[in-house]
Design a protein around this ligand. Structure first.
Ligand code: DWN
Ligand code: SAH
Length: 396
């Protein structure tokens, strides 16, 4: 049974940055109710309203993984690890985006799967074999008929975006060699609760995984966790290492039981923990609004840094418009001169001078706070301050 614990109101599609400001309407189905539930049986957290992937992931998907050095560094480190630990002959990435990870592999070693044609084009042009398609059983069979089997499959921040998880894992199992390895990486729900980062919820994030839910989910497909790595990326992620349950050559590390017992101790098995989180989110909204209003009363200038999908959730849930935030800055070319979804706040292409005469910067990309602070030393030295809502709304 799926029980509701969070209601973030009506929300626009997070990665649809508008060319000009337009008031969106519920009637025209431009706004979708964002409510989140917990399945007491499977322990999986999911959205109630699931939007078809073709609407969200099309030929104009603006997000590029390579825009953040933190991510390109993390992917580079991972590529070294994968080569050393698993030495794959054939490596497949689901949701390869602009190739931030696969650029660290040989061209003849990699298969990319990416449904957004603007992104698939980038890896194709670089010479990587790319399927411009959605991950499903048809595609898995198509790949199988060409390549037979694959020894390592990797997917970061993608499987949680696909509605039919049964098909996802069936299609993976269909293609993996007997000794094959599956590695998935996604934001950890435990970290999400600890950081009160409710902005991890937007229409693309249909699911937020925990080790508890992943263990149950993969079990049905004859798959088993054998290692879990904790990462700082995206506000705290988990990297799950998975093998076939009947492959006894690989030892199961104690990182798996450790993570699961930490999650159980924290209460991730009980609905009451989720309800408490839902109530804390309401307080976070009120506190953030209070903070922004106090600053605006003093006629001080606030801008946003990182026009993220996460920021779209915060702005629309808290009803923050351009009376509070003048504009956002972002390095992504396809977000330039667009407007934050649902709000009349312009996104300007990042330039250092856009931080001149600014008193406060709201961190839309709070998950890259270290990288941003390093870049903006001068702004900080001149007395500039940052605002975040994670884990509580405050000035830093
Ligand atoms: O799961 C998803 C994650 C991985 O990426 C997708 N569904 C959508 C997207 O979510 P997001 O927009 O919340 O992701 P990020 O990675 O937090 O976005 C960071 C944004 O900030 C990018 O637009 C790039 C920008 N940025 C910047 O302008 N200057 C980032 C850094 C580090 C900077 O210095
Ligand atoms: N893996 C990258 C990109 C994450 S953004 C990273 O970790 O930085 C989410 C990605 O999932 C997008 O590139 C999107 O196109 C892809 N995606 C969404 N639905 C998909 C599907 N059904 N099959 C394969 N990829 C999908």
């Amino acid at each position: 049974m799926i029980k509701k614990f969070l209601d973030l109101g009506y929300q626009p599609l997070a990665n649809k940055y508008l060319k000009s400001y337009k008031k969106l309407s519920i009637k025209k189905k431009e706004l979708y109710r964002l409510t989140v539930g917990f399945d007491t049986k499977t322990k999986l957290v999911s959205l109630f309203n699931k939007i078809p992937d073709k609407i969200m992931f099309d030929s104009n998907y603006p997000y590029k993984s390579s825009m953040s050095k933190t991510m390109t560094d993390s992917f580079k480190k991972l590529s070294v690890k994968i080569k050393k630990r698993f030495n794959p002959k054939l490596f497949l990435e689901i949701g390869s985006n602009d190739g931030a990870l696969i650029k660290n592999f040989n061209k003849n070693q990699v298969i990319c799967v990416e449904p957004c044609s603007n992104l698939a084009r980038i890896t194709k042009r670089k010479g990587y074999f790319t399927y411009n398609d959605y991950w499903n059983l048809n595609l898995s069979n198509k790949i199988k008929s060409k390549f037979n089997t694959v020894d390592v499959i990797y997917s970061a921040n993608t499987l949680t975006h696909i509605n039919n998880l049964n098909q996802v894992f069936k299609s993976i199992s269909n293609l993996l060699t007997q000794d094959g390895i599956l590695i998935i990486e996604d934001p950890s729900f435990l970290e999400c609760i600890k950081k009160l980062s409710y902005d991890q919820f937007y229409n693309e994030h249909i699911y937020i995984f925990s080790a508890l839910s992943v263990k149950k989910l993969i079990n049905e497909f004859g798959l088993e966790l054998f290692d879990i790595e904790k990462l700082d990326t995206h506000g705290g992620s988990l990297r799950y290492y998975i093998k076939r349950a009947n492959n006894n050559k690989i030892k199961i590390e104690n990182t798996v039981s450790k993570q699961i017992s930490t999650e159980l101790k924290f209460g991730l098995g009980n609905f009451s923990t989720y309800l408490k989180f839902g109530n804390s989110v309401k307080k976070s909204k009120n506190d953030l609004l209070k903070l922004l209003k106090t600053i605006k009363k003093k006629n001080q200038k606030i801008i946003g840094y990182g026009a993220t999908a996460k920021a779209s959730t915060v702005l629309n849930y808290c009803n923050i418009g351009n009376d509070m935030i003048d504009y956002f800055v972002d390095t992504t070319p396809d977000k330039k001169n667009r407007y934050m979804p649902g709000k009349n706040i312009k996104i300007k292409k990042y330039e250092k001078k856009l931080l001149n005469n600014v008193d406060y910067v709201y961190l839309g990309a709070w998950n890259f706070v270290k990288e941003i602070f390093k870049k903006e030393k001068k702004f900080i030295q001149k007395g500039g301050k940052f605002i975040t809502h994670v884990p509580t709304p405050r000035i830093i």
